[in-house]
Design a protein around this ligand. Sequence first.
Ligand code: F6R
Length: 369
Amino acid sequence: EKGGHDWFMLKEIEEQPQAVADTLRGRIGINGGIVLDEVRLTDQDLRDVDKIFIVACGTAYHAGLVAKYAIEHWTRIPCEVELASEFRYRDPVLDRSTLVIAISQSGETMDTLMALRHAKEQKARVLAVCNTNGSTIPRESDAVLYTHGGPEIAVASTKAFLTQLAACYLVGLHLAQVRGIKYADEVASVIDQLQRMPDAITEVLSTMDEVRALARLLADQDTMLFIGRHVGYPVALEGALKLKELAYTHAEGFAAGELKHGPIALIDEGTPVVCVVPSPAGRSVLHDKIVSNIQEVRARGARTIVIAEEGDDAVIAYADHLIRVPRTPTLLAPFVTTVPLQVLACEIATARGHDVDQPRNLAKSVTVE
Ligand code: F6R
């Protein structure tokens, strides 16, 4: 049942190329148009949207944080991402032209459900991005886009994250197309590249032996930091969350630019810092900035674990351990950079003797507020 793996989590990590392909299947027309039949919102409804809120918890929240960069960039609609558990308690400004996207693997998360009920009471339109057919969140939403990722059994979310990203990107691209596109060439090229993500994920998975070896070296660390910028920032948060929940290791993710505003004080001799590096192409300013962040932490004794694109040679001198991922456009990088972090957490937890599929104190579906 675990497909020859020790854990469901490893099986689900390996299923990611297929899961993402299943999310995309049938939703990209031959002419590159995005087809979202299950989204029961009319093109006019989508044209009227003037604000987007993404509400979700945990890993789904991190998927939302990534999606914000893409959706805002392609659609020019302001997009906020909120922890579902905080959303309704702060009286957010919502009306008929607000689109609320509720992301949930299980479709039963009470915090997310309560956030969407609040949004509906305020007349906002709610679109669910969900993996579980017929679950409560999609049933109570105005529209649903299923991720079709297949069952996720391990408590820690892996393939759900990548499929949620793919689904949110489809929503963003669809909105951009319906509303008239500002970056037509870029959107066309992203649609093309998005369809290559399953192969790119397969490629990363084929190099994971090094990550396994690295995990054994890091197994006895009691704290680990993760840094990233742009879409690499939520990836850093997700990497830290996986490590906390599986290895029970203290882990924190930071926006790399925030280091100098406080967290850099945490760096001590040998502190492992995982650095998610953006592509040197396209966004070279960001790339150069994170390279200098890596230098800074290293100068203070950090042991750097650098996740960078093939061919990015600028990082070699500052990496104690280097994990390579295939080249992707900046906005699509999380499809590949997240995968080594999942494997790392899974293998560190295994080396520490934990039950990876059933971490202590956690449940797969959190149906209490
Ligand atoms: C982390 C994890 C949780 C869930 C969160 C939301 O690995 O599994 O953080 O992502 O509880 O769950 P869903 O997506 O079912 O609403």
